[in-house]
Write a protein that binds this ligand. Structure first.
Ligand code: NAP
Length: 283
């Protein structure tokens, strides 16, 4: 399994499996068992996905030792702030049937995320989490967080796919040695990504699909990725990216697909801030 290092020295699988939008707990459990059998050893969930319990149960029942599975979860906006983050973290541990998390992330840069970060620094220092980080922090918020606290986030989980490559943000993250983790590496299927001619052309000689080309491109860029699929054959396909290499010329072709814009989550937009502040995902 290919691993990448975080800025605190720990190593994590470069390729993981995400469980967003699998609210049915039975199905989510089956997906996680399938993913673990396929070979995935990083599972990405969040308090607001409402499926932490299913993930915890599936990991426990899988027969794979807890310390072999890298589990990520996230604190949601309505639990921003020191006290609420501490409470939410305890719920997350209980749901996941574990006494520590591998990676704990602030889900959105809204609300009292400074308070959340203080809680996370404390959880990290006492060993309850192996690494802490953020999601959806653009350069301004990231710099604000870093300049206000002691611990630099180990990870920033961002929308990242061929149409949205976060090139400017990545430059700032590189300066602080913050690992990019790509959420929605397939742009959730938007823009007919699975039929894209550039990607299909790049994979043709090696008999690889556009999905595999995207994941291989992310690997060669040094970016962690957490694709989601509820179908076992797609999970297996997405995991099967070790046996080909994208040439420098083809890497450049994919870099040119960048639109510079998000297709899914426009974080600084007023509409998004209002929409997300009013959503409370219940578990
Ligand atoms: P994604 O991984 O880009 O796309 C998932 C979609 O692609 C699903 O419709 C899936 O369909 C399809 N798919 C997967 N593999 C395929 C293949 N080989 N061929 C054809 N179709 C395929 O989108 P995502 O689920 O939004 O993102 C991945 C993970 O990132 C999430 O599960 C979550 O863990 C994380 N995430 C984090 C944030 C954040 O704010 N931190 C936000 C969004 C997501 P089927 O399932 O039907 O196969």
């Amino acid at each position: 399994m290919v691993k990448v290092q975080l800025n605190n020295g720990i190593e994590i699988p470069q390729l993981g499996y995400g469980v967003f939008q699998i609210p049915d707990l039975e199905q989510c459990g089956q997906c996680v068992r399938d993913a673990l059998e396929t070979g995935y050893r990083l599972i990405d969930t969040a308090a607001c996905y409402g499926n932490e319990q299913a993930v915890g149960r599936a990991v426990k029942e899988s027969g794979v030792a807890r310390e072999e599975v890298f589990i990520t979860s996230k604190v949601w906006i309505q639990d921003a702030g020191y006290e609420k983050t501490m409470e939410s973290f305890e719920k997350t541990l209980k749901n996941l049937q574990t006494d520590y998390l591998d990676l704990y992330l602030i889900h959105m840069p809204y609300g009292d995320y400074h308070g959340s970060w203080r809680a996370m620094e404390e959880l990290y220092r006492v060993g309850k989490v192996k690494a802490i980080g953020v999601c959806n922090f653009l350069a301004d918020r990231l710099a604000d967080l870093i300049l206000s606290h002691e611990i630099v986030p180990a990870v920033n989980q961002m929308e990242m796919h061929p149409f949205c490559q976060q090139k400017e943000l990545r430059k700032v993250m590189e300066q602080y040695n913050i690992r990019m983790m790509a959420w929605a590496p397939f742009a959730e299927g938007k823009n007919q990504i699975f039929r894209n001619e550039v990607l299909a052309g790049i994979g043709a000689d090696d008999n690889k699909t556009p999905a595999q080309v995207i994941l291989r491109w992310l690997r060669q860029e040094g970016i962690a990725a957490i694709p989601k699929s509820v179908h076992r054959e797609r999970m297996e396909q997405n995991f099967d990216i070790d046996d080909f290499i994208i040439s420098d010329e083809d890497m450049e072709k994919i870099r040119k697909m960048d639109s510079g814009n998000s297709l899914i989550l426009d974080i600084p937009s007023l509409d998004e801030v209002c929409r997300l502040h009013h959503i409370r995902f219940e578990q």
